[in-house]
Design a binder for this molecule. Structure first.
Ligand code: ATP
Ligand code: MG
Length: 294
């Protein structure tokens, strides 16, 4: 594990050196995965979506941003010695806290002790922002898995990203909570861009129907579109993979859920990117809702 981590760090350093020598900026898309109701499958989707984007040739960094309830490392069956916590504490540069997960996936663990992060100093935030700006040279996608809920935190997170994938199940309670989240965010961030992912659908039709209903309501009452980002079948292989602590796209690549997530990733890459001109500069400042002293 230690050797593997060292090899990864060396690889990232080399790649970074090469990318700095060439063109420094690539159009990295920062994408947040969020939901209104908890337990709808965000973490499983984020993880397997990240692996699917990677399978399609994209460089992806998965970030566990579920404050207090981080569990992507558990879903991957790995233990991460470093987390976001170490980054903010200035104890480690960002490249050192990037971990190597199954399937060669790069990820940053959420870790514990996160509540402390609400009291970060300006200097710590600036340092963290500089670190994440540097990461942009290395990845096509930086994907954030967030905790559930209509919190200010989720709202700021979505506002700081280029776009957000809102996960819902076809159940009415999940749909109304997803709608409430979109409504809340749109109120303070009218330029936020969303896609809707319907998880645990009985079939593709149920997924599309759910998404269409929400899109209609959002157009009518919020004045924004909620494009369909795909649906993922309710599939017993997901639960089995969770118990095996292996991402389902790796444990059961041919199961329905795996094929659905891959299809969602494929169609995601075909759709026009949201507002790519929006900069991710000051990401953590936006997240923690602090003004940046530039
Ligand atoms: N497509 C699916 N088919 C069957 N079961 C699923 C599917 N997606 C998720 N699940 C089940 O739902 C459980 C919760 O999933 P997950 O942890 O990804 O949800 P979450 O939205 O991240 O939860 P939280 O809000 O607590 O972060 C999984 O352990 C799995 O058993
Ligand atoms: Mg989760």
């Amino acid at each position: 594990m230690a050797d593997q981590a060292q090899a990864l760090r060396d690889l990232i350093r080399r790649r970074h050196a090469a990318s700095e020598a060439a063109e420094p900026s690539r159009a990295t898309r920062i994408v947040t995965v969020a939901s209104g109701k908890g337990g709808v499958g965000k973490s499983n989707f984020s993880l397997n979506f990240a692996l699917s984007l990677q399978k399609l040739g994209r460089k992806v960094l998965l970030f566990d941003a579920d404050i207090g309830m981080a569990n992507l490392d558990v879903l991957m069956g790995v233990s991460a010695p470093y987390s976001l916590y170490h980054l903010f504490r200035g104890e480690r540069p960002i490249r050192d806290i990037v971990q190597l997960g199954p399937g060669g996936l790069h990820f940053i663990a959420g870790g514990s002790g996160f509540r402390e992060l609400l009291h970060l100093s300006e200097e710590q935030l600036q340092q963290a922002d500089r670190e994440i700006e540097r990461l942009q040279a290395d990845y096509d996608f930086i994907l954030f898995d967030t905790g559930a809920g209509l919190s200010k935190e989720a709202e700021r997170f979505i506002g700081a990203s280029h776009e957000s994938i809102i996960v819902t199940t076809p159940e009415p309670t999940s749909i109304t909570d997803a709608y409430a989240l979109v409504k809340m965010v749109t109120h303070s961030r009218p330029d936020a861009s969303f896609r809707l992912l319907v998880n645990r659908a009985a079939d593709e039709r149920e997924g599309r129907d759910t998404a269409e209903k929400m899109d209609l309501a959002a157009r009518r009452f919020l004045g924004i579109g909620l494009p369909f980002g795909g649906s993922v079948a309710d599939d017993p292989h997901v639960g089995k993979a969770v118990r095996r602590q292996t991402p389902f796209t790796l444990a059961y690549p041919d199961c329905k859920a795996s094929r659905d997530v891959l299809a969602a990733a494929r169609s995601y890459l075909e759709l026009p990117a949201g507002d790519a001109s929006r900069t991710v500069k000051g990401f953590f400042h936006q997240w923690f809702n602090r003004k940046r002293n530039l």
